[in-house]
Design a protein around this ligand. Structure first.
Ligand SMILES: C[S@@+](CC[C@H](N)C(=O)[O-])C[C@H]1O[C@@H](n2cnc3c(N)ncnc32)[C@H](O)[C@@H]1O
Length: 258
């Protein structure tokens, strides 16, 4: 039987998003620097306070807050109310104005053609109905709007690294069991098919992965397990970068035709 993904961890660990000692913090230190640059590049100089943004599956607001650095119109939605509470409080403390709402990616509470930018990063491999999520993203994007995503490929390499080493093998595991499940990972071809079915214009899909080789990764995992470094340091040291190989993860963007 296929294991079920445990999306309840975003309720259980909802207070931990910005905590350097929590595994969720890898998203902030390990992935967000790359994603922030990528999102800005995808907008190609169209960055302005007027850009209407939606971050789907915003969790504790790691991406959402970066969007609020340039836009005055930022929305974040998530299925976890507890994570949204953390996101709201963190934004308030940072003096950022963000509209957070409890909603499912499969049923977005927005009118057609609302957003210039939709981001959905590290979320597509968590949802119940991927096809419906892509249809909804296309619906709420304005003609000419940009959709930025990243997700995990379904390969032997992603099984070994994201499932076996990170979650299952006792000497190395550091993430909660079933935080990810392999059968929900998405090949670039599967995602491309859904994006094209929605008539989205794919601009680019690029590989991304940790900046250290597998042996060095193991070394830093052991340092993490021995508490010589915390998750923030681990994310920082092994920070994701763009690469040709899509064996583990990939990032990309599309536009909705005018
Ligand atoms: C791995 S976290 C990514 C959080 C954030 N995008 C980031 O990268 O910092 C996945 C998030 O997706 C949310 N999520 C999962 N399924 C969802 C759905 N169907 N609709 C909306 N949010 C969902 C979870 O609650 C969780 O906050």
């Amino acid at each position: 039987m296929k294991p079920e993904i445990n999306n309840d961890i975003y309720n259980q660990l909802a207070n931990d998003w910005w905590d350097p000692s929590s595994f969720l913090n890898i998203l902030e230190t390990g992935l967000q620097p790359l994603r922030e640059n990528y999102i800005r590049e995808s907008l190609k100089g169209a960055i302005s306070p007027e850009v209407k943004c939606l971050d789907i599956g915003c969790g504790g607001g790691i991406i959402t807050e970066d969007l609020a650095k340039f836009s005055d119109h930022v929305n974040g939605i998530d299925l976890s109310q507890a994570s949204l509470n953390t996101a709201k409080q963190h934004a308030q403390e940072a003096g950022l104005s963000i509209n957070y709402q409890h909603a499912a990616a499969e049923s977005l509470p927005f009118k057609d053609n609302t957003f210039d930018l939709v981001t959905c990063c590290d979320v597509l491999e968590h949802v119940d109905d991927l096809g419906l999520v892509i249809t909804e993203i296309n619906r709420v994007l304005k003609p000419g709007g940009t959709f930025v995503f990243d997700t995990i490929n379904r390969t032997l390499m992603s099984y070994l690294s994201v499932i076996w080493v990170a979650q299952d093998f006792p000497p190395t595991r550091f993430a909660p069991k079933n935080a990810h499940v392999w059968h929900k990972f998405i090949t670039p071809k599967e995602l491309q098919t859904l994006l094209l079915d929605s008539q989205l214009d794919i601009k680019e899909i690029q590989g991304m992965g940790p900046s250290k080789n597998p042996l060095m990764m193991l070394w830093y995992i052991f340092r993490l397990k021995q508490k010589k470094i915390d998750f923030a340091e681990f994310g920082d040291i092994t920070q994701f970068r763009l690469m040709q190989s899509m064996a583990i993860s990939y990032i990309g963007h599309c536009t909705k035709p005018r």
